[in-house]
Design a binder for this molecule. Sequence first.
Ligand SMILES: N=CN[C@@H](CCC(=O)O)C(=O)O
Ligand SMILES: [Zn+2]
Length: 417
Amino acid sequence: MKPVWIKHAKELATISGENGPRKGKDMSNLSIIEDGSVWIEDGKIAAVGTTEELEKQYASRANEADIVDATGRLVTPGLVDPHTHIVYGGSREKEFEMRLEGATYMDIMNAGGGIHATSRMTREATEDELVEQASRRLDSFAKHGVTTVEGKSGYGLDLETELKQLRAAKRLNEQHALEIVPTFMGAHAVPREYKGNEDAFVDLVIDEMLPVVAEEKLAVFNDVFCEKDVFTPEQSERILEAGKKHGLTPKIHADEIASYGGAELAAKVGAISAEHLLKASDQGIEDMAKAGVIACLLPATALFLREEAAKGRQMIDSGMAVAISTDCNPGSSPTTSMPLVMNLACISMRMTPAEALVAATINAASAIKVEDRAGSLEVGKQGDVVMWDIGSYQELQYLFGVNHVDKVWKKGQLIVG
Ligand SMILES: N=CN[C@@H](CCC(=O)O)C(=O)O
Ligand SMILES: [Zn+2]
């Protein structure tokens, strides 16, 4: 593969610095290089600096490289989406219509639709079908500037189908340019057949699912939907603590529909991130800030459910690290557009344009433990880069609802543009 040399970027937002989540005020620092340049070789970033600096460094090798003129353009790290339910069967557009007619998300789920409906369709799909459908979603993510995603199971709710979803994610990792970081979410809903016998399902997740998932090394994280009428904080804690014993790092869907102690639990179990948090309490925010939990906020989900967005501004002002994500799933956020999510982070959570970009790059990477290789433009990291057809990071958030992606490279390979 030829080296790639991107030159003359009007703004090269490197987001370089300490390698880890940016907290509070540090989320405003993009480490921008004007007239910036990146040299990518063997899939990795070999040099970053001004065009003048790299012209000196690579004077003798210029003719070896694919040269890309980024004059007038913004160049950023590939975006990272740290929370998706990308592997699933079927679709739920009828429920969208039902919600617009007055039904709530939980009404639909409690009546056997929602996650249960996708669970039925995912159980019916073959592994090949799941791979094929998720592969198209990954293509769409790439077109929107995303180069790494997290992907959860959780539409099986039985061992066989949970494994089918995770194995599909593994195959996608082998055959698609984008990377999927896998999460086990066996506790995404209580299957209908366990209604009234919820603890027996929790036992099943702990005793029969987690050991196999860990043994086959099919997941890095263990997630649970801690929500009123789904899993209680006590049940969630048991599942997350059991996952830790198998080496799986906890994540938690917390305080999405009701304030339920999920944020507090995230801090207690040492979760790497807590997701949603629309109804997180002030105490929960304080606990998470102290424990160093990353708030993974999903403003497209809030919009799609017509709920008020999470308190992103308050969380950043409390010194937390905030990441953002599409939450791509068939029920509450069927989008693959991280640019839209960045726009919404500004519009509905009063995050600044710089904070939104940090939340979608280094903080998102940190929430799924890929900050060693993604999330910023620094020597030694993967050559995951986006060139946008606009000139500044402010424009990226201001010209909202439009896909400004021009070119995308994953590990130095041009995958879009
Ligand atoms: N809230 C729980 N899980 C998903 C939605 C899943 C679905 O509706 O299919 C979420 O993160 O929004
Ligand atoms: Zn989710």
